[in-house]
Design a protein around this ligand. Structure first.
Ligand SMILES: [Fe+2]
Ligand SMILES: [Fe+2]
Length: 358
């Protein structure tokens, strides 16, 4: 097998890490040491390509995606494919989706796409689907069953409200702490489809669900929330190895609910919450409504980076490569505890006390 060599991977991309700053991830699925079916894939997410006018786009977000493409092309070992986790666009405009896909066309690997809410709510995913095909599908790769969901749907009543136009709806969905917003849903039709899809998959097969929203209930005000999460969990309950990888939250999160492991990936655009220096680009950022702790508010690329994911025996180890002066983090599956742990915070001597200010 091509045993993943993290040091080698990082060394290869080191020139980029030193030179600039942005995020992708590499996932390894391993069936045991030296197993011939082990493989890796990359993960890029949340580029939020933003059209200004004509051929002008917000440069910082363009640069993030370009860098992720360049780093992914330098991955060693070569990933079998790349997952793009959603939010190609900021306001779902065809110009934004097309420009993002132009940049992503530089990848030397096949790419599988996940729908984000910023790609969807302008035209209900029409342009995205025209370019990329169905927004829910499944595939098998070397013994692992992957399910791609459109997890950013919401109630039909809200979607078909008396909006002035699609852009008005898109902007409402993009707002934080919006009393006129609506929580994400996988929805009944898609859950039924998922149930049928899983009917063919043995309970010993590792299952990886690729979703834009977290498929958990984390924070409703910012739609870090999927309203029918429990119903999706129940479909995954019989599986010995079930993992959900998601974008959307632009920050490191990991969790385990029953048998299901959850890992977020970071954005190539901005981290949530973003540092004060980002205020320079305020017209291109959602209004920050909830102050949250940050590791360090003085680094503008704090909490951006890319991920290197080792999915061994169906369990995920996620290596976050954080740019600038951030310390890299590893969230690793702990077989003793039977859940993922952030290795940096397991040693009591190295434990960082909770921050009391931001
Ligand atoms: Fe996003
Ligand atoms: Fe999103």
């Amino acid at each position: 097998m091509k045993n993943i060599n993290r040091r080698q991977f990082i060394k290869r991309s080191g020139a980029f890490v030193a030179a600039a700053s942005l995020p992708i991830s590499l996932v390894e699925i391993a069936f045991g040491k030296n197993h011939p079916q082990n493989f890796t894939f990359g993960f890029i997410s949340d580029s939020h390509i933003t059209h200004i006018k004509g051929k002008e786009f917000v440069r910082n977000w363009d640069q993030g995606l370009k860098r992720a493409v360049a780093e992914a092309n330098m991955m060693d070992p070569r990933p079998d494919f790349i997952i793009y986790g959603g939010d190609l666009a900021q306001l779902g405009k065809p110009e934004e989706i097309d420009h993002a896909l132009d940049m992503l066309s530089g990848l030397r690997y096949p790419v599988k796409y996940v729908m984000g809410e910023h790609d969807y709510y302008l035209d209900l995913g029409r342009h995205w689907q025209k370019r990329l095909g169905p927004d829910r599908y499944s595939f098998d790769h070397k013994g692992v069953h992957f399910i791609v969901l459109n997890s950013i749907l919401t109630h039909d009543k809200w979607i078909h409200r008396n909006w002035k136009d699609g852009m008005a709806r898109m902007k409402q969905m993009a707002r934080l702490d919006n009393p006129d917003g609506s929580p994400f849903l996988v929805g009944e039709a898609q859950r039924k489809w998922m149930q049928n899809d899983l009917a063919k998959v043995s309970h010993d097969t590792p299952v990886v669900v690729l979703s834009h929203s977290p498929l958990q209930k984390i924070y409703k005000g910012w739609n870090f929330w999927t309203d029918d999460a429990e119903q999706v969990h129940s479909l995954l309950k019989p599986y010995k190895k079930a993992t959900v990888l998601y974008g959307h939250v632009h920050q490191i999160q990991y969790n385990q609910i029953d048998n299901i492991r959850f890992h977020s990936v970071m954005a190539t655009a901005w981290p949530w919450p973003y540092p004060a220096t980002y205020a320079q680009g305020v017209s291109h950022l959602p209004k920050l409504t909830v102050p949250m702790n940050r590791a360090d508010p003085f680094f503008e690329r704090d909490a951006t980076g890319w991920q290197f994911i080792n999915l061994h025996s169906g369990d995920v180890d996620l290596n976050y490569v954080l740019w600038e002066n951030n310390t890299n983090r590893i969230v690793r599956f702990d077989p003793q505890k039977n859940h993922p742990v952030d290795t940096r915070f397991q040693d009591p001597d190295k434990r960082i006390p909770p921050q009391t200010h931001y």
